[in-house]
Design a protein around this ligand. Structure first.
Ligand code: SF4
Ligand code: SF4
Length: 226
């Protein structure tokens, strides 16, 4: 437990550092296309229509949503492709304990509204009757969520899992089962065969996550100004 908590805290610290470095990196790229005009200040200042400052803001938005976003998604695809070098050890923990911030009713609603992930999720997972039932499967994880005062989390399991931990419908399992884990920043059980993958790619995954957040923030502010 101590180890899990320590690694989460280290991760948060590492993320703050990576976030600061990523802001600097993106700001450098924005400054590179800044017009050489002493009247131009910050990228988030207000500029007259058709002024060099306004043009700079428009070009920055294009840069963020074009070249920079493409590079982020290229790297994300690379780390997901690298996952195929590792193997699932069929420990079945991800079948036995799936967590979601959404309640069964919310997931059902999302599925009805066409959310593909929710559709797949609700097609296999059913909720645990209580948190205590889920705790028996992965006590460290439940404790970790409690210690970190995470918002309410709902726990699910798949009834297609047999008593000897086999998927009874393996050939027809949905894509979300085939893709797990598709988020390198999610917490994986110790038994998961993709732990090594996660450890190796975590720094770059953190950087990409930070860059996505920064691009979204910059783009949102610039859209209000343009
Ligand atoms: S469908 Fe099979 S692989 Fe998917 S969660 Fe259920 S038991 Fe696991
Ligand atoms: S937790 Fe990891 S190793 Fe275990 S069944 Fe799921 S993907 Fe496979």
């Amino acid at each position: 437990m101590q180890n899990l908590n320590t690694s989460i805290n280290n991760l948060k610290k590492e993320y703050r550092e990576i976030f600061a470095a990523s802001i600097e990196e993106i700001q450098n790229q924005i400054d590179k296309i800044k017009p050489k005009d002493s009247a131009i200040g910050d990228i988030f200042d207000r500029y007259e229509e058709n002024s060099p400052g306004k043009t700079w803001q428009k070009e920055t938005l294009t840069l963020l949503n074009g070249e920079i976003s493409r590079e982020i998604f290229r790297k994300l695809n690379e780390i997901l492709a690298y996952r195929t070098k590792f193997d699932c050890t069929r420990c079945a923990t991800c079948c036995n304990l799936a967590c979601s911030e959404f309640s069964p009713e919310e997931l059902k609603q999302k599925a009805e509204n066409g959310d593909n992930f929710a559709k797949q999720f609700t097609s296999i997972f059913i909720p645990y009757k209580s948190k205590e039932e889920a705790r028996k499967i992965y006590p460290e994880y439940i404790k970790l969520l409690e210690d970190n005062k995470e918002d309410e989390v709902y726990f699910y399991h798949c009834p297609k899992l047999t008593e000897d931990k086999q998927c009874s419908d393996y050939e027809n399992r949905p894509q979300i089962c085939r893709d797990f884990p598709d988020n390198p920043l999610s917490i994986l059980p110790k038994t998961c065969g993709y732990q090594k993958w996660k450890e190796e790619i975590e720094p770059i995954a953190l950087m990409l996550h930070a860059m996505v957040e920064i691009v979204e923030f910059y783009s949102g502010k610039l859209k209000e100004l343009i």
